[in-house]
Ligand binder design. Structure first.
Ligand code: R5P
Length: 292
């Protein structure tokens, strides 16, 4: 192990060089996958921009009814036309989302923690592959806790889901959790995103950080960026812009959309950055113009 022996060569992420084995398919790292996988990934990532706006409202699986998500049946109809993918639990989909919508489905399939635990890193796989198929899921989302007490079981969960879903050509989304021992540094995210991609995840969800372009370059599958705690809208749009500029292929935001006073307009402004190459300034002007 060169790093352990103290022998280090300078790292080169070739951040100006496009991913080499993309072929003619629009999703990073997916050129060699089969038709079914590509169809599901196309339900998530636009063939035109290659990017996606996911709306995450799966927080209830460990946080309960957080502010903004008290009534999913009221919120989701207001937002559904403004995003590309809904990310939620099967309970939320089945009870609060009409099945006639035509957007992508990112189905949360790991669970086990709750906000009253000291350690949130212990989860199980909570959804059978048969039920994920019944829900027409386009990808299955599994939490991973690299560096935490529950690392091994979360990698076990991820691997089991990847193996089961691969039998039916369903992609897996590895979600990088951050916690007590996991700092939001490029070193941590480079480690965690690369581990999850090498284990076979087809999409990785993580957070924005300094040197994000190196994190994205070293990850051979598309990264979608989580929003995290609510920021002022202008700052959230800046983060969205920096993420896309840094090589993210989408945003998977929750609180920065549903805790905004104008969630639909916020989702639209993010979409302008993600799909139409708006700068953060242009997106902010667009948002401000629609919410005055
Ligand atoms: C947490 O792990 C869940 O996957 C959330 O969906 C995720 O944190 C994204 O939501 P937010 O943008 O609110 O952080």
């Amino acid at each position: 192990m060169a790093d352990l022996d103290g022998i280090k060569i300078e790292k080169n992420y070739y951040t100006d060089t496009a991913f080499a084995t993309g072929g003619d398919f629009h999703v990073k790292g997916a050129a060699n996958l089969d038709w079914g996988m590509k169809k599901h990934l196309t339900n998530i990532f636009s063939p035109k921009s290659g990017n996606t706006v996911m709306f995450a409202f799966d927080h209830g699986y460990f946080m309960g009814s957080v502010s903004g998500l008290e009534r999913l049946d009221i919120l989701i109809p207001r937002l559904i036309d403004h995003v590309d993918v809904l990310m939620a639990t099967r309970g939320a989909f089945r009870t609060c989302v009409k099945p006639d919508f035509r957007k992508g489905i990112a189905l949360r399939v790991s669970a086990g923690s709750s906000m009253i635990n000291d350690d949130l890193s212990h989860e199980i796989v909570s959804v059978d592959i048969e039920d994920a198929i019944r829900m027409n899921a386009d990808c299955l989302a599994v939490q991973t806790f690299i560096g935490a007490d529950g690392q091994l079981e979360s990698i076990d969960n991820l691997s089991k889901v990847i193996n089961a879903a691969a039998r039916y050509s369903i992609p897996t989304l590895g979600v990088i959790a951050v916690g007590k021992n996991m700092e939001r540094t490029d070193q941590y995210f480079k480690l965690a995103t690369r581990i999850v991609a090498e284990l076979g995840a087809h999409i990785v969800k993580t957070y924005y950080c300094d040197k994000f372009e190196e994190v994205a370059a070293a990850c051979p599958v598309p990264i979608v960026v989580a929003g995290g705690k609510k920021l002022p809208e202008k700052e959230a749009l800046e983060m969205a812009y920096r993420s896309i500029q840094g090589g993210a292929r989408g945003l998977d935001m929750g609180r920065n959309i549903f805790q905004s006073y104008h969630p639909a307009e916020m989702a639209d402004a993010i979409g302008k950055i993600v799909h139409e190459k708006f700068t953060d300034k242009e997106a902010w002007e667009y948002y401000s113009g629609r919410t005055r």
